[in-house]
Design a protein around this ligand. Sequence first.
Ligand SMILES: *Cc1c(COP(=O)(O)O)cnc(C)c1O
Length: 227
Amino acid sequence: MTSIAENIALTLTRIREAEAQSRRSPHSVKLLAVSKTRPASELREAYAEGIRDFGENYLQDALAKIELLADLDISWHFIGPLQSNKTRPVAEHFHWVHSVDRLKIARRLSEQRPESMPPLNLCVQVNISEELNKSGVLLDEAEELVREIGKLDNLRIRGLMAIPQAGLSEQQQRQTFGRLHNLLEHLKTVSPNLDTLSMGMSQDMNAAVAEGATIVRIGTAIFGARN
Ligand SMILES: *Cc1c(COP(=O)(O)O)cnc(C)c1O
């Protein structure tokens, strides 16, 4: 096996173990392979191992890979900061955006989503550790943004995404992810269709699965360290 294949097998085993430990049903957590900075050939390798969801942060780099891999049945997730003048290619080429934190961005994605395509799936990014200069809305701003996005055409609001601050203990990671989980449960009372908690990366995926993640975004543990 190549190391990407081994890493994927290991990551899936870790996810299935974490699901079992927290008494969650098998396959309730989706593995999103974060392929930013990696060449298209490595995505092909991951695809051959059954990965169908890829996460990208850098738009130009992502668009090049989307073109190179057009023969594959991939669901593309935009997970990086999104500037309002860059929304059109995202609306035209991606299936998901995890990093929406302003209504202006959502409005543009809604207007620019081609009518021939299914609705674009969105998550609202929450600045869960309330760090300065970090993307995402504050916890108490999320409800308003979710409500407003819910009124827009061509979009499907799915849930919440967060990146906790670095360097937390496992217990602190769990508390932090637990706050996002509680917020989603609260929002479901106003938007019953919400079903997604995008949380957990290579270093904190166990805590995220224990606290209810439905999508974990894993880069390093699959493709190795980035430069
Ligand atoms: C890079 C990145 C990841 C993956 O992080 P790893 O630590 O490499 O698993 C996940 N989510 C976002 C938003 C990222 O930018």
